[in-house]
Design a protein around this ligand. Structure first.
Ligand code: PMP
Length: 395
């Protein structure tokens, strides 16, 4: 046998290229912010999840430096062995206080929080109902759990109810899983109604607040707060890497849930604890979220300004800082992203297979200046004018 067992990898890559699904990384230089240096070009940044502009904030940087000096660069082991630090506990208390839950648990990323939590909560005798547009980490967590996974149409609770009626009784435990802000669309899960359905059918609910934490709700606690569901029994997961400007993930909920996950979530048990720098930066970010409400208000002023200025274009429904301009084909999305870049704007084309339809995704930051938003609007308008307004809705 002289065949090459790795040859298929190149062939597979070729298929990805042929389908126009190939993706490559782009290098960002310098600190993240409203302006970024992308491969030598200075661009206004509408491509980041750093909604509050904290990833380059001096206070987070200082906190990370001090923690590193005091505690070193790595946690050196899993939390259950040698990697547990007082700083982790402080961060977990801060998250629980922000979310108004009994306790919280910090994971090394939001992805790990989702796969670890879901696979700990349900197994082969159980069922998961999952919004069809859920994030990859929720979908993969569901797969990993071994539970039966039933997708329901995006935010369609009538469809969810029909499926609950049809399948719920055949399984032991049931978990309903949803993003709270859908990351590639910007719309919100109808959480209060989802919780009512869950109660009626005796289901647990896990909601992913990755894009909502620090952004939604009066105190920045997320969509749970935004919808007035604080204090209800549910499982909240999220990330420290978006509005909180650091790295890591978390689960917030009852003390019993957290105690259980410490004993049952493999992606928490068998991985190294979060680094002191990341932990301290996230802690500093939560303090800013809780004390500097004006930053969040500034974010929403910017969101409203951009939405107002783009009204009339084919925007996808959004109630968040994620604003998407729908386009007919992947090629149109790629061309528009390129044209925007030529005009000094960084906004990514998002296309199948990541999403069902192509779009340009703009994420707004609190630290965008009004003139930067204006520049985006002027750029889009002039590109559309040149292209005979073919992206204008209804035309
Ligand atoms: N959930 C959602 C909805 C996300 O958008 C992301 C990140 N893209 C994650 C989870 C994963 O978070 P992290 O980047 O911390 O792994």
């Amino acid at each position: 046998m002289s065949s090459n067992p790795y040859a298929w990898i190149e062939e597979s890559l070729e298929t990805i290229h042929c389908a126009d699904w190939y993706r490559s990384v782009k290098t960002i230089y310098g600190r993240p912010g409203a302006i970024v240096n992308l491969e030598g070009q200075s661009l206004i940044n509408f491509a980041s999840n750093d909604y509050l502009g904290l990833a380059g904030d001096d206070r987070l940087i200082q906190a990370a430096i001090e923690a590193t000096k005091e505690l070193g660069t790595g946690s050196t082991g899993s939390r259950l062995l040698s990697g547990h630090r007082e700083l982790h506990e402080k961060l977990e208390s801060a998250i629980a206080s922000l979310k108004q839950t009994e306790d919280a648990l910090v994971f090394s990323s939001g992805y790990l929080a989702n796969i670890g939590t879901i696979s700990a909560l349900v197994g082969r005798r159980d069922v998961i109902f999952s919004d069809q547009y859920n994030h990859s980490s929720l979908k993969n967590g569901a797969k990993l759990s071994g539970a039966k996974v039933i997708d329901y149409s995006h935010c369609n609770l009538a469809d969810l109810e029909t499926k609950l009626q049809q399948y719920r009784q055949q399984y032991r435990r049931c978990l309903i899983v949803s993003d709270s802000i859908f990351s590639m669309d910007g719309d919100l899960c109808p959480l209060p109604q989802l919780l009512s359905l869950a109660e009626a059918f005796d289901c647990m609910v896990l909601v992913d607040e990755a894009h909502a934490t620090g952004v939604m709700g009066k105190t920045g606690a997320g969509c749970v707060e935004h919808f007035g569901c604080t204090g209800k029994e549910l499982i909240q997961v999220g990330t420290l890497s978006k509005a909180l400007g650091s790295l890591g993930g978390y689960v917030a909920g009852s003390a019993t849930l957290i105690d259980f996950l410490r004993n049952r979530a493999p992606s928490w048990i068998y991985t190294t604890g979060l680094s002191p720098a990341d932990t301290a930066a996230a802690l500093a970010a939560i303090e800013i979220v809780q004390t500097d409400r004006d930053r969040r208000q500034q974010l929403w002023r910017n969101v409203n300004l951009l939405k107002q200025q783009l009204a009339g274009l084919n925007l996808l429904p959004s109630e968040s800082p994620i604003i998407c301009l729908g386009l007919a084909t992947p090629a149109e999305a790629l061309t528009l992203a390129k044209q925007l870049k030529e005009r000094g704007i960084f906004a990514p084309a998002i296309r199948p297979p990541t999403v069902p339809t192509s779009r340009i995704r703009f994420s707004v930051m609190a630290t965008h200046e009004p003139n930067q938003i204006q520049q985006l609007v002027i750029s889009i308008t002039s590109i559309l004018a040149e292209d005979d307004k073919r992206w204008k809705s209804g035309e």
